[in-house]
Design a protein around this ligand. Structure first.
Ligand SMILES: CC(C)(COP(=O)(O)OP(=O)(O)OC[C@H]1O[C@@H](n2cnc3c(N)ncnc32)[C@H](O)[C@@H]1OP(=O)(O)O)[C@@H](O)C(=O)NCCC(=O)NCCS
Length: 245
């Protein structure tokens, strides 16, 4: 068992950023922290129909100020997650890794031969918020106790939000990225035992990714009057679950 509270993160020698590397054949891809300089790539991705058609939440059209505020917010989250590790390293330097409440890496980047890299996508991992439950009281009754459980509690239900640039879709990257996060961080470091995933009922590719990862389809929730910011009408959400054996 490692005696570093940062295990199994690696660190970029040039920038100091923590990262996890995908296994072969995707070992030129890493999952790391956001940078404010990612904004132009984020704007291009979020204005591409192969991305925005499938996401609930991002503004449309997606402008520079949207990218800046999103990057500031995710950077704050990954900074907080990393500070939790630094504190653990100070307090428990020679002990096995402690359970933590968040993941310090989420931005998928392709690393080029010359060491430069480009943002390909994102994997958000947060406590479940039941987007398919539209009644506010019913939603709060589920989300509040879930948000109050202590770090490492196996009863916490988590959820995933993900996308990858259209140029890199269909190459197995998201499946490999989520598998890496599950096996190297979410399960061993956060004690994750239950993940609930939602995909629009016509998002065959996303559902397939979750099924390849061992998620099991539960149901399709019909949605009336559900429109994305792009104006696209959504007819329902597929719900899938992953549970530790
Ligand atoms: C969904 C998404 C994250 C998947 O990432 P990815 O790296 O392309 O996924 P993978 O290549 O690992 O796997 C995709 C699987 O779906 C299959 N697939 C994709 N589109 C499909 C379609 N229209 N019909 C049938 N299968 C499809 C692929 O063949 C592949 O399965 P296989 O390995 O059995 O052949 C990516 O396409 C994306 O970012 N889409 C836009 C945003 C989005 O949908 N996010 C998820 C919101 S829930």
């Amino acid at each position: 068992m490692s005696r570093s509270q940062f295990h199994p993160l690696q660190f970029n020698e040039r920038t100091g950023e923590p990262f996890l590397r995908l296994p072969s054949p995707h070992d030129n891809i890493i999952i790391t922290t956001p940078r404010m300089s990612d904004a132009p790539t984020v704007i291009a991705n979020m204005n591409n129909p192969a991305v925005y058609k499938w996401l609930d939440g991002p503004p449309f059209p997606y402008h520079a100020e949207h990218a800046d505020s999103w990057l500031e917010s995710v950077k704050k989250d990954t900074d907080v997650a990393f500070e939790e590790l630094e504190r653990a390293q100070t307090e428990h330097p020679n002990e096995p890794p402690v359970a933590v409440d968040s993941c310090p890496v989420r931005i998928i980047r392709e690393v080029h031969e010359d060491g430069t890299d480009v943002l390909l996508g994102d994997v958000m991992f947060v406590r479940e918020r039941w987007p398919d439950v539209l009644d506010k009281e019913a939603k709060d009754a589920l989300a509040k106790p879930n948000s109050e459980r202590p770090a490492g509690d196996p009863e916490i239900i988590w959820c995933i939000g993900d996308y990858i640039a259209p140029s890199h879709q269909g190459k197995g990257i998201m499946t490999a990225a989520i598998k890496t996060l599950m096996n190297e961080w979410w399960i061993p470091r956060m004690g994750v035992r239950q993940i609930r995933a939602e995909t629009f009922d016509d998002n065959v590719g996303s559902r397939r990714v979750f099924e390849k990862l061992g998620f099991v389809y539960e149901k399709t929730v019909p949605l009336e009057n559900k429109f994305l910011n792009s104006g696209r009408k959504i007819s329902g959400m597929d719900i899938l679950w992953w549970r530790a054996e």
